[in-house]
Design a binder for this molecule. Structure first.
Ligand code: FEO
Length: 392
């Protein structure tokens, strides 16, 4: 996909990466991703908004073919998927000045070789004129690094929010419209890199909402031509209540913990609680992540191996704890052979969650009638908690 016009004198010039399998070496990317760069031609100055992952430099340069002059390269964020090609672009366009916030300047100088005398720092709220277009800078820390800027062109009603509001979706259509695949990619992306900071960054969403926006041009995924959809979703993900949903995430070595997980699922559904059952050995982590914005209860299930919780359960517990979902309730289930201790301490793996521990059902070997009755009771407790909380 080559250079595409978004509106008059504003072009997408980025790179698609449909084959990228994982992001940050962590979550699968079933829809790949993109590295978006935008070319904005004002009546007096031309600006390139961000660059691309360095291995896609050739794609960016091909998209810029015929562009003789770039006056400004705007860096919103120092991470290499957007800034890694800045040195090459500054070499190709020797008169270009790099515009960024002070904090970003410091980080860029740490991370790559850029001539410092070609960097012009812009203040939070500062504006740079391209002639008939103005670029307004807003410092929006922790979306998801401390230096990140969002820019806005009031004349075009266009927002460039960098990583914020983005999606992992290597598109065939530049505009997102109401394509559910885009918003699925946006949700998993939000959980992976934005959710942890949502208490601090919701104010940026409020600031954005005061702007008159026709297009949102993020750093990953399609351009939002119906901006209210993603703004409403972020409002829900950041501030909304979790749903009447229990996520049962389990790993089972010999099937006993699986029997417990499936029994609990049935018991919860009978009591009006929606469930998602995920076998952690086979469920892709991105699917699990996509549920973390919604689930009011997280049930961690594990067997005991090597005198410890199963390492797959430990890994997922660590991730859940670091991502800090809004879950209100946590429970533990599992079967052991001779050592119940690791299961009894499992909830300690989630110290960052502000969730109430509502129960643990731990059984030796095959779950028989008493354990199944305990699971029924746990389901009753969870259903009651959800009702009391008035969850949607
Ligand atoms: Fe898409 Fe934080 O880089």
């Amino acid at each position: 996909m080559s250079k595409i016009a978004i509106k008059k004198d504003v072009f997408w010039v980025g790179a698609l990466d449909p084959a990228r399998a994982v992001f940050d070496g962590l979550l699968p990317l079933p829809q790949g991703t993109t590295y978006n760069a935008y070319l904005v031609t004002g009546s007096e100055k031309t600006a390139l908004f961000d660059t691309v992952e360095p291995e896609f430099l050739d794609v960016l340069l091909a998209n810029l073919e015929g562009v003789e002059k770039i006056d400004y390269i705007i860096s919103h964020h120092a991470e290499q998927d957007h800034s890694g090609s800045i040195p090459a672009l500054m070499e190709k366009y020797p008169k270009a000045v790099l515009l960024c916030l002070q904090k970003n300047k410091e980080m860029l100088l740490d991370l790559m070789d850029i001539p410092e005398d070609r960097i012009q720092v812009v203040a939070d709220g500062g504006e740079v004129s391209l002639g008939n277009k103005t670029v307004r800078f807003m410092h929006c820390p922790w979306v998801h690094w401390p230096e990140t800027a969002i820019t806005y062109i009031p004349e075009d009603k266009m927002l460039f929010p960098c990583d914020f509001l983005g999606s992992h979706h290597s598109f065939t259509e530049l505009f997102a419209g109401d394509n559910p695949d885009v918003y699925k990619g946006a949700k998993e992306y939000y959980v992976q890199i934005m959710m942890l900071y949502s208490r601090m960054t919701a104010k940026h969403l409020d600031r954005i909402k005061t702007l008159d926006i026709e297009y949102i041009c993020p750093s990953h995924g399609p351009v939002y031509d119906q901006p209210q959809i993603i703004l409403d979703l972020y409002e829900k993900w950041m501030r909304g209540e979790p749903e009447n949903l229990a996520l049962i995430a389990y790993v089972s070595t010999h099937g006993n913990t699986r029997i417990m997980a499936e029994h609990l699922q049935t018991a919860l559904e009978k009591r009006g609680v929606r469930t998602e059952l995920k076998d952690l050995v086979t469920a892709p982590l991105n699917e699990l992540a996509g549920l973390l914005t919604d689930a009011a209860t997280i049930v961690l299930g594990s067997s005991v191996v090597m005198a410890a919780l199963h390492p797959v359960a430990v890994n997922v517990a660590f991730l859940i704890d670091r991502l800090k979902p809004k879950a209100k309730f946590v429970a533990v289930i599992g079967s052991y052979g001779w050592s119940p201790g690791p299961l009894q301490k499992a909830a300690e793996l989630l110290p960052s969650l502000k969730a109430e521990i509502v129960g643990a059902v731990i059984t030796k070997g095959v779950p028989r009638a008493p354990a199944l009755a305990e699971l029924d009771a746990l389901a009753g407790t969870i259903a009651a908690k959800h009702r009391e909380a008035g969850l949607p």
